[in-house]
Design a protein around this ligand. Structure first.
Ligand SMILES: [Zn+2]
Length: 296
């Protein structure tokens, strides 16, 4: 297998943004693995089916239960590097179809291929009911937004939950990797989002040698019956299925993420061999209707 790209090698370390932002969302802190595991009944009624739309890199739009969520979808990338195509980026920032009606914007960490304060600011202006939630380093650049930009503070080995407009978000520290000497650590939050009776799990950038199945087990993730997990593609195309996913997350479907900003090409054939439940969204703006639990 190709060398697995270390997140530190593909993401520029952000400036040491350790300032605590405006409103701290402390939420309800659950003991590791002690979170309630609600039943799996899907109660979407007559609402449109849940869907996932690929925005770019690790960025996705989720629609479920009448709610709309962006995760890691508002970023500028690195100078001279990949950009989200204008045909997607412009309506995304303007709050126009198919990216209209955003309720919640999440960012996993303060790296330029996952988060842009300017883009979040613009999207919040275009979506009056939307709120932003992210680690403190992201909110530090958005203090003028008050309660609309909330820092989620999470201790190691804990899950912290917050409810935003009927969307349940649980954040947990998933290591971005050991920083090189002299560089500060980066807080990466994995998110478990429960909405419309479905569970979505986004890892952000992780080092799978630190975020082991045992660690995910201690956080109670395998018992959550995750419906859709977003996982960096280069962890899915090894010589076989990686236990980080098969034992640690156990999702109904896995959606490869981080399709840009790595030196590892997307190996679609190997991903499909390893994960027959993989859903590859390769083109920005491409959508997938999440099959209901009772069948497609
Ligand atoms: Zn990163």
């Amino acid at each position: 297998m190709r060398r697995i790209v270390r997140p530190w090698a593909v993401c520029l370390a952000a400036a040491a943004g350790l300032l605590v932002g405006a409103a701290q969302v402390r939420g309800q802190s659950n003991p590791a693995g002690g979170a309630a595991a609600p039943g799996r009944a899907v109660t979407q009624g007559t609402q449109a089916p849940a869907s996932v739309t690929y925005v770019g890199n690790s960025g996705f739009l989720i629609r479920a239960g009448g709610k709309t969520i962006l995760i890691d979808a508002l970023f500028d990338g690195f100078p001279g590097g990949y950009l989200v195509p204008a045909a997607v980026r412009e309506p995304l920032l303007a709050g126009q179809s198919p990216f209209d009606g955003i309720d919640l914007i999440l960012a996993t960490h303060d790296h330029a291929d996952h988060f842009s304060a300017a883009a979040v600011r613009q999207a919040l202006a275009s979506n009056p009911r939307a709120a932003f939630v992210g680690p403190a380093a992201t909110v530090a650049a958005l203090t003028e937004l008050g309660d609309r930009a909330r820092a989620l503070e999470v201790a190691e080995d804990r899950r912290v939950s917050v409810e935003v407009g009927g969307i349940r978000v649980e954040g947990m520290r998933l290591s971005h990797g050991t920083p090189p000497p002299g560089q500060s650590d980066i807080v990466n939050l994995g998110y478990l989002v429960t909405v419309g009776g479905l569970k979505f799990f986004h890892t952000g950038d992780i080092d799978y040698q630190i975020v082991t199945p045992a660690l995910l087990e201690s956080l109670g993730i395998p018992g959550e019956h995750v419906d859709v997990a977003f996982v960096p593609h280069f962890y899915l195309s090894g010589p076989g299925p990686i236990p980080f996913v098969t034992e640690g997350i156990r999702p109904r479907y896995v959606v490869p993420s981080h399709l840009q900003y790595t030196d590892t090409p997307v190996n679609e054939a190997q991903i499909r061999r390893n994960f027959p439940n993989a859903v590859l969204l390769r083109t920005e703006g491409e959508s997938w209707a999440v099959p209901s639990l009772s069948g497609p």
